[in-house]
Design a binder for this molecule. Structure first.
Ligand code: ZN
Length: 136
C-alpha cells in the first residue's frame, strides 16, 4: 500500500491525535462558529495527514518532519519549564503556609501574614494601621 509513498511519521501521528482530540472536545461544544471552525481544523489535519502519507515527495515531507520536530522540541521545553515553575511555586506556598498564618484586617480586609505558634498576638495592619488581637 505504501510502496514508494512517504507513509507515517511522527508529524502525521501527532496530527491524527490532534484531530481526534479536537473532535472529542467538539462533541461537547454547542453549535456555533467555534464548533464549525474546530471541525474544519480537524478535517484539514486529517486531509493533510492522508496527503502526506500518500506523498511521493520524500524530500519535502522530510523537511516538514524536521520543522515539526523543532516545534515539538520547543513546545516540550516550554511545557517542562512551566511545570517546573508550577512545582516550585506550590512547594514554596506549602512551606509558607506551614510557617505563617493569614488574617484579614477587620477594617480594610487587607491580607496579613503572621508567624505561626506565637500564642496571642497583636497585629497591626500594614495598610490602615488598625490594631487587633489574634491567636497565631
Ligand atoms: Zn487594615
Amino acid at each position: 500500500m505504501f510502496n514508494g509513498r512517504y507513509g507515517v511519521d511522527k508529524f502525521n501521528k501527532t496530527m491524527v491525535f490532534l484531530a481526534l482530540g479536537i473532535s472529542i472536545v467538539n462533541i461537547f461544544l454547542p453549535y456555533g462558529t467555534f464548533k464549525t471552525l474546530l471541525s474544519v481544523v480537524s478535517t484539514a489535519l486529517i486531509v493533510y495527514t492522508v496527503f502526506r502519507m500518500f506523498s511521493r515527495d520524500f524530500i519535502k515531507r522530510g523537511k516538514e518532519l524536521q520543522k515539526y520536530m523543532e516545534v515539538e522540541t520547543a513546545f516540550k521545553q516550554w511545557t517542562w519549564r512551566i511545570k517546573a515553575n508550577l512545582k516550585k511555586l506550590s512547594i514554596e506556598s506549602i512551606k509558607e503556609r506551614r510557617k505563617y498564618k493569614y488574617y484579614s484586617c477587620p477594617r480594610c480586609l487587607q491580607r496579613l501574614r503572621v508567624p505561626k505558634g506565637k500564642g496571642k498576638i497583636r497585629i497591626t495592619c500594614s495598610k490602615c494601621g488598625n490594631k487587633f488581637e489574634a491567636k497565631s
